[in-house]
Design a protein around this ligand. Structure first.
Ligand SMILES: Nc1nc2c(c(=O)[nH]1)N[C@H]1C(S)=C(S)[C@@H](COP(=O)(O)OP(=O)(O)OC[C@H]3O[C@@H](n4cnc5c(=O)[nH]c(N)nc54)[C@H](O)[C@@H]3O)O[C@H]1N2
Ligand SMILES: Nc1nc2c(c(=O)[nH]1)N[C@H]1C(S)=C(S)[C@@H](COP(=O)(O)OP(=O)(O)OC[C@H]3O[C@@H](n4cnc5c(=O)[nH]c(N)nc54)[C@H](O)[C@@H]3O)O[C@H]1N2
Ligand code: SF4
Ligand SMILES: [Mo]
Length: 749
């Protein structure tokens, strides 16, 4: 049996005293950092630790950045007091210093200019010139079209400052890909069922669970730290893990049950589980009677959704469906049917996650130990600013009567509404893009390109010359998270915590923090009152002093815990609870969804199948990379330079494909991958699908390591299955076939 460390690949608390790259732990070859950095070991006494929270992914683990006497960053380790990481960072967090050291970083502000022959190029300019230019362009657009025609796309810490800027400017159109390309359907489903969103980190009580059901969630490859640790401990304790995945994921390989489901059919399995729970009378009656609304309707609705019915759809045998449902019931309420995170799969995602929510409700896991705890976050006071101007238009105007249950703006919707059409009342003229690599992040790259080509103006704030920067009129180089202050982290957890990020080193090159960029831009546009501080340290110290701490204290301790104020972690037995839904109950039947013209309870409908000779393209994560953002990070590049395409041996045989052979993928719309990808022949994937890790196949040559390595799933995702309830972009309805030669590819494309 493999040891637990093999599975979690997260460093031990504190990671000893070794400097970055000299870690005694040999997880996955991180010892290579040593050779790459050629750094001598330094003892902790000879270094200064600066508190931070990680920005390599959005789990935001708190840690310490150690700097030696020469001012060099030597290591980043987890903060032991932080419940997001318990003192242990994942390989990406440990390797985060590669973002700071990357010689390909954006170094100065750039403005797009044109030569006499019309060719575009970037001119290096001062901050003053870049911000003056940006302010001028935005003013012209506001005067001609209204400020609402400017949208902000953001992901990550800097987004808050640009969001404040945009609202002050007069536009409500602030969006992040973490909604319509990620968690949106989940949050919509949870709000409809339990009256609140799941949020991040997910309040899963894996620590005390007896049964964890993962439907697609590939924890272990998805390295969300605290979850990986708690799941690892749950496995060691003998908790039952049930994984539903067409691929033998890392999690599936550690599970008691692996259900290699036919992709796109999970909703049928979920409905059959609901059927078994109700008709075998193994649901939590007391809980359902007290808290739920619509049980009788649900019972009638699932009457014929038997395991035998689901077998014909999912390929999962009826006895396995029954057995796994009973496992859940035996563990209940200490059972978690994981709500998922990246859930934009097939366009019926809100309904699929509704079924997940309903199943959790039937077993009474919401609000019970070993199920979902009641999260709490800490609220910091805000400095007084003038009221924001009232916008008269919003992105919703582009979609009259549609997506009313979307609780946040749709990035894909704003992208679509940028392409002018006769029937659209709203079209966007300018984008501010901070920390999101839109061409690789939004599905249908051609559509994203077309939208960007229609813009009058686009400013990109990034750390790296990612694909998105090459479409910008102005590029503003942000310094990395290791070189800046940001807002205090107040993410929810079992108890309220705050965490400080402060610079460990000066910003390299001519890069600046987001707060500074947004404030300076606001100053230039006469909106300075919305940033009522000279330096962000003034804001942080003011906020912290109001709650009995100070910047000085947080610089010493990094993270601070407060007492819970909103009751216990779990519901008390028989406690009277009013849920934030129209009925005040957990809604198994949703009048709200029905009022929008959709099914009040989930209904399975079949999705298109791959044409002859094509296979469904599915994708996921690799433990040592985050999306497309880490592909050029030399520490992580050393661990994994490219993705591969997983192909079942039967299929490989049929096509005469060999291990490590380079092939091109062509999708159902004739789009061929720009770069070839290596074949990985493996039983771990069903024959009807192929799998690749997202984030590779970079086309920007300025990324000297990542360019041309592996393939980019986003360019093959031309068919988008939009969720009619909230506008999420289902991305797994694309099919690919194999091209073995470039000539063939050129002839056919
Ligand atoms: N095809 C496909 N598309 C997907 C997904 C998929 O699996 N496949 N996943 C979806 C999901 S779940 C999500 S959440 C989204 C994620 O989408 P994104 O957040 O867009 O992810 P990245 O592609 O990593 O782009 C992040 C950008 O931020 C920049 N960056 C990094 N650090 C900083 C910083 O400190 N400041 C600034 N200003 N910029 C910084 C990076 O250089 C990069 O350009 O993608 C979604 N889209
Ligand atoms: N290392 C690392 N960790 C990350 C990230 C990262 O970039 N790198 N990103 C973070 C973010 S923002 C997100 S949203 C999460 C995403 O990660 P998760 O939410 O855990 O997973 P998904 O992307 O939904 O799904 C990927 C899995 O779904 C399986 N799958 C594909 N089709 C189907 C299907 O039809 N049915 C079922 N049951 N399974 C299917 C795939 O085989 C794969 O194992 O990861 C987070 N963690
Ligand atoms: S899970 Fe890893 S990459 Fe994400 S915040 Fe934590 S250490 Fe950083
Ligand atoms: Mo995500």
């Amino acid at each position: 049996m493999k040891s637990r460390r093999d599975f979690i690949k997260i460093s031990t608390a504190g990671a000893g005293a070794a400097a970055l790259g000299l870690s005694p732990l040999k997880w996955g070859g991180l010892e290579n950092l040593n050779a790459a950095n050629d750094i001598q070991a330094v003892s902790d006494e000879d270094m200064t630790p600066y508190p931070t929270y990680c920005e390599v992914c959005f789990w935001k683990c708190a840690g310490w950045t150690y700097v030696d006497k020469k001012g060099e960053i030597r290591k980043i380790i987890g903060n032991k007091e932080d419940p997001h990481c318990n003192g242990r960072l994942c390989p990406r967090g440990t390797g985060g210093v590669g973002m700071y050291n990357d010689e390909d970083r954006l170094k100065t502000p750039l403005i797009r200019r044109f030569k006499e022959n019309g060719d575009a190029y970037f001119e290096k300019v001062s901050w003053d010139e870049a911000l003056d230019y940006t302010a001028k362009k935005l003013k012209v657009i506001a005067d001609e079209h209204g400020p609402e025609c400017v949208a902000l796309f953001n992901h990550g810490s800097g987004g808050k400052f640009f969001g404040n800027f945009l609202k002050a400017f007069g536009s409500p159109n602030i969006t992040a890909p973490s909604f319509a390309q990620c968690r949106g359907p989940r949050e919509t489903a949870w709000i409809a069922t339990f009256g609140e969103a799941v949020g991040s980190p997910e309040p899963l009580d894996i620590r005390d669970t007896e049964c964890l059901v993962l439907i697609g969630s590939h924890i272990g490859e998805n390295m969300h730290n605290g979850q990986v640790q708690e799941m690892s401990a749950a496995i060691d304790r003998g908790a039952t893990i049930i994984t539903v995945d067409p691929r033998l994921s890392t999690a599936a390989s550690k599970s008691k049950y692996w259900l290699p489901i036919k992709p796109a059919t999970d909703l049928a399995l979920l409905m059959a589980w609901i059927h078994v729970a109700i008709y075998e009378d193994i649901y939590n009656k007391e809980y359902v009677e007290q808290y739920a609304y619509g049980f009788d309707e649900l019972k009638e609705h699932v009457k014929n959704m038997t395991p035998e019915w689901a077998y014909g759809i999912t390929t999962i045998k009826p006895d396995i469906i029954r057995k796994t449902a009973r496992e859940m019931a035996n563990a209940a309420p200490a059972v978690i049917i994981h709500p998922g995170r990246h859930v934009t799969w097939y366009g019926d995602d809100t309904q699929r996650i509704r079924a997940v929510a309903i199943l959790n409700a039937l077993f009474g896991s919401w609000g019970n130990r070993g199920g979902f705890y009641m999260k709490e976050s800490f609220h910091l006071p805000k400095m007084k600013i003038p009221p924001y101007p009232k916008p008269t238009k919003s992105w919703r105007d582009a979609f009259p009567g549609q997506f009313n249950l979307a609780s946040l703006a749709l990035s894909s919707g704003i992208c679509d509404a940028t392409i002018p059409t006769a029937d659209r009342s709203c079209s966007f003229k300018a984008w501010i893009v901070s920390g999101t690599n839109l061409p690789l992040t939004l599905p249908n790259m051609k559509n994203t390109e077309e939208a960007m080509n229609h813009l009058d103006f686009m400013v990109v704030i990034d750390t790296m010359p990612m694909e998105v920067t090459s479409y910008a009129d102005v590029v503003l180089p942000e310094c990395t998270y290791l070189e800046r202050y940001d807002l205090i982290r107040t993410s929810p957890h079992r108890e309220p915590y705050i965490a400080l990020r402060m610079p460990a080193v000066e910003p390299k090159y001519d890069s600046k923090p987001a707060w500074w960029i947004a404030k300076k831009l606001a100053d230039k546009m006469g909106l300075g009152d919305y940033f009522p501080y000279d330096n962000i340290t003034d804001l942080l110290d003011w906020q912290l002093k109001k709650v009995g701490s100070s910047l000085e204290e947080m610089q010493r301790i990094g993270i601070k815990k407060f007492d819970r104020e909103n009751g216990g972690l779990y519901f008390q037995k028989g406690e009277d609870i009013e849920f934030n839904t129209p009925t005040g109950k957990i809604e198994l039947f949703s009048n709200e969804i029905a009022a929008e013209g959709f099914d009040a309870m989930p209904v399975y409908t079949a999705h298109p199948e791959p044409p002859e000779g094509f296979y469904r393209l599915i994708y996921g994560r690799a433990p040592m990379h985050t999306f497309s953002r880490t592909a050029n990070n030399h520490n992580l590049w050393d661990l994994k330079k490219e993705n591969s395409v997983w192909i079942n041996p039967k299929v490989a045989d049929l096509w005469d494909l060999k291990k490590d052979q380079l092939i091109w993928l062509k999708n159902q719309d004739g789009v061929v991958s720009s770069f070839p990808i290596k074949v990985r022949v493996t039983e771990r994937i069903r024959w009807d699908s192929v799998y690749m890790v997202h984030g590779f196949g970079h086309s920007n040559k300025k990324l000297s390591r990542a360019h041309g390595h592996g393939s980019n799933d986003s360019e093959l995702i031309t068919k988008v299955m939009v969720d009619p309830i909230m506008g999420g972009t289902g991305m797994r309805g694309n099919f690919v076939t194999f091209l073995t030669e470039k000539q063939e590819m050129e002839a056919e494309s």
